[in-house]
Design a protein around this ligand. Structure first.
Ligand SMILES: Cc1cc2nc3c(=O)[nH]c(=O)nc-3n(C[C@H](O)[C@H](O)[C@H](O)COP(=O)(O)O)c2cc1C
Length: 169
């Protein structure tokens, strides 16, 4: 894999731009070796507990949720604009019903510091180890957030993943 290790701050702009432009690919691999991925449009990067952390929000109904719960790891892969079709597919189809990687013949490589897969076609990858998780508290949500985003419940689990490696080409 031709990505090299960079500082997580080096690729911040590109990451946030794609987060708001189709989304990023969140992938995780169970201890059994099985992998899954999904699109995310919400997340943030910052410093918590004196460490760089990637915060992602995953609804418990997502198949990927099971993978992160099992492994305690995930990768966040920043796609290129020409991967838009695949990214949309990953955000509108569940790994319970279809093998997303096989459908699009997508190559993957295990992370360097985590076992979760990384997507070869993505030029930027963050490898993350879950350092904390908590659930969105319905009673603590302001204004119309519940009616706008949680009409069916399924309140997000918020994962704080320590960024143990950032790689870019
Ligand atoms: C642009 C976009 C952004 C999304 N962002 C999120 C997100 O941040 N969190 C989440 O739980 N689901 C999000 N989704 C929905 C999941 O990607 C979608 O439900 C996916 O099919 C789940 O796959 P899985 O069941 O294989 O895990 C998003 C979907 C799209 C299209």
């Amino acid at each position: 894999m031709d990505r090299r290790e960079v500082r997580y701050t080096d690729v911040f702009d590109e990451t946030i731009a794609m987060l708001g432009n189709g989304g990023l690919l969140l992938a995780s691999t169970k201890r059994s070796g099985e992998s899954n991925l999904m699109t995310i449009g919400w997340g943030t990067i910052g410093i918590i507990w004196s460490k760089p952390e990637m915060v992602v929000l995953v609804r418990p109904s997502r198949y990927t949720y099971e993978f992160i719960e099992d492994s305690g790891e995930f990768t966040v892969n920043v796609p290129t604009p020409d991967m838009a079709k695949f990214v949309l597919f990953c955000g509108t189809n569940s790994g319970r019903d279809v093998d997303k990687l096989a459908t699009f013949d997508i190559a993957t490589t295990p992370g360097q510091k985590v076992s979760s897969i990384t997507i070869d076609a993505c030029p930027i990858v963050y490898e993350c180890r879950v350092s904390h998780k908590n659930d969105v508290i319905p009673e603590e949500l302001l204004g119309d957030i519940v009616s706008s985003y949680y009409s069916e419940g399924d309140f997000h689990r918020v994962y704080f993943g320590e960024i143990v490696g950032t790689y870019a080409r």
